[in-house]
Design a protein around this ligand. Structure first.
Ligand code: SF4
Length: 255
């Protein structure tokens, strides 16, 4: 049975949830976001109280130049909420991916080319703020930087050995996801919550999907990706839209 929009009350107030056709447990996603925020707030307080420092700041958007990997339910939540301006920025990003992805031979080249050539996330505005902040995916919430922002956009393959060693010895080995400067515990917790979202979707729908966040938002907004019923249909949809690359999306179907 199709359900009407739900509401959920969080510390920030009551949010009317978008109609979420693919996923009847519509409140689960935002409850997870809330649960994640409580976990991250407690972690940050304890880390700062120990005299250490984090470098994430308002309008700092270094990590928004990285490829954002998310679950499909998170993308569906955003797809129905976009303004004309956000939709245009999204379309531009997808066009750039279509033109570029055939040259990416492996995950490493996808991540590198994305960071260097595709421009920032389409949901980042010119002031460096996230325009979907309340609905940004868990991946974005989980990235906490223990080094200054410049390190978030560095291409480590281009560093000389001396700089690499200096970087590595500056890391707080007890908390980072080695060899990155991002906090491991928040990423681990975000991944646990993502797993729950995907398992729930798999149970309800017979399939689940994760991958490039903006591509999933665009496919849901323009092609109703959530109406797909099989892997074949999914692959046809990608081929029609010139997005058939294993690097971009991961279709999960255990049936
Ligand atoms: S969704 Fe928001 S926080 Fe995440 S990469 Fe895009 S602009 Fe940055």
């Amino acid at each position: 049975m199709r359900q009407g929009p739900e509401k959920i009350t969080l510390s920030q107030g009551t949010i009317k949830l978008p109609e979420f056709r693919v996923f009847s447990k519509v409140g689960l996603l935002l409850k997870e976001h809330h649960q994640f925020s409580s976990f991250a707030d407690a972690w940050i307080s304890s880390y700062l109280d120990s005299g250490k420092q984090l470098y994430c700041r308002d309008n700092c958007s270094g990590c928004c130049h990285l490829a954002v990997h998310a679950t499909f339910p998170e993308a569906v939540a955003v797809a129905s909420e976009l303004s004309t301006q956000q939709t245009a920025a999204l379309a531009g990003y997808v066009e750039r991916i279509k033109n570029a992805h055939k040259d990416w031979g492996n995950l490493k080249s996808y991540l590198k080319e994305h960071r260097q050539k595709l421009g920032p996330c389409p949901f980042l505005n010119q002031k460096g703020s996230c325009t979907i902040y309340p609905l940004r995916p868990l991946t974005c919430r989980a990235l906490l930087s223990t080094r200054p922002a410049a390190w978030c956009t560095v291409d480590f393959s281009e560093l000389n050995n001396w700089d690499k060693q200096a970087y590595e010895s500056s890391l707080d080995r007890q908390v980072v996801a080695w060899p990155t400067h991002y906090v491991a515990e928040t990423q681990d917790f975000g991944q646990q919550l993502e797993k729950t979202l995907l398992e729930t979707m798999q149970r309800e729908k017979g399939w689940a999907l994760s991958g490039n966040f903006a591509i999933m938002v665009w496919l849901e907004q323009t092609c109703r990706l959530s109406d797909v019923t099989s892997k074949n249909e999914f692959q046809e949809l990608l081929a029609t839209n010139e997005l058939n690359s294993n690097l971009l999306l991961d279709f999960i179907n255990h049936n």
